[in-house]
Design a protein around this ligand. Sequence first.
Ligand code: SAM
Ligand code: SF4
Ligand code: SF4
Length: 366
Amino acid sequence: MDARTAPLLWMPRVPAAPAPTDGALHDRRQRPWRDLRISLTDRCNFRCGYCMPRSRFGPGHRFLPQAQLLSFEEITQVARQALALGVRTLRLTGGEPLLRRDLTRLIRQLAALRTPDGRPPDLALTSNGSLLAGQAEALREAGLARLTVSLDALDDAVFRRMNDVGFPVAEVLRGLDAAQRAGFERIKVNMVVRRGVNDGEALALAGHFRANYGGAMVLRFIEFMDAGCHNGWKMDEVLPSDELRARIAARWPLQPLPATRGGETAQRWRYADGAGEIGFISSVSHAFCGDCTRARLTADGRLYTCLFATQGHDLRPLLRGAQGGEAELRARLAAIWADRADAYSEQREALRPLRPERADMHVLGG
Ligand code: SAM
Ligand code: SF4
Ligand code: SF4
């Protein structure tokens, strides 16, 4: 079945959007397309239970063969057309993006692209930080502007349990130091919080980033999401952001901050004593689909318009020359976004019982 025309199980039909007035392409819910997340690989050297549980992604799991991965030139083609359609942020992710060989070459290519008004893209990358110490400087030199590092605990034993490969937390902290030395500013640090698993680490992490780095790193707490079909998600393990924020504010009073831009996923707060900023990404307790400006490109060239979509739109026939060139690619991207109506998190209670097969987080890139 052609993914473009396939009915998505839960998609209500909403009227087409009016013509855009801000240089962006709008979907059926009038949301502009501003962000493209690009997964560079479905492989990872961690086995975080909420993303790639070892029971499912063990030694026998078959990852994408090299030939199916988009080449850097193909990725750059999609990025170029996305920018032409109003996208501003390109975020590299995975799997673990730092596992992709020769990554700095791709970063150079993407950093050289321009938006229609002549600006460089806002080029960001999300990593588990395990290989960052050795790569931070080269990434920065190649033109990477922003960095997000995932870190689920400060305690070494808890961290090793979270990544489930016995990886030491000290090496990720070394990576963060290297990133700061390399000139990355306002590095974001993401902690996925699971009640009863690692929520006891939230205060320790907050204390660590308050005390070190001069407030230059922004810790964000992410609610455990029911992404994919294999992470054993239970509502009981979701610690709602309001509850976590109350715990933190009881120790260090907090004040709300305004969003820095439309489509921002995190609610921002500052420590009242001036020790920096933290964020809460509350995709379960406070859905933010109304502001969702993101599409996701998988490592094998499928475009997903929602983290919870059942299927993507295969771009490879267009990219590999069988069906046309860049103009066709741009038209296809525009048609996909214009037809978008996804709002899974807002409709979770109604849709979850349907349990359709969904792509996993390490495929979509988070
Ligand atoms: N490997 C890189 C990393 O971990 O940062 C990039 C890919 S990872 C899929 C991107 C983000 O998704 C990470 O911050 C990760 O913590 C988050 N993530 C994965 N599974 C999740 C889940 N079930 N709920 C909430 N966040 C999740
Ligand atoms: Fe790997 Fe990132 Fe998924 Fe953890 S969250 S298994 S580091 S892709
Ligand atoms: Fe965006 Fe889908 Fe997440 Fe809603 S559920 S915020 S539409 S990715």
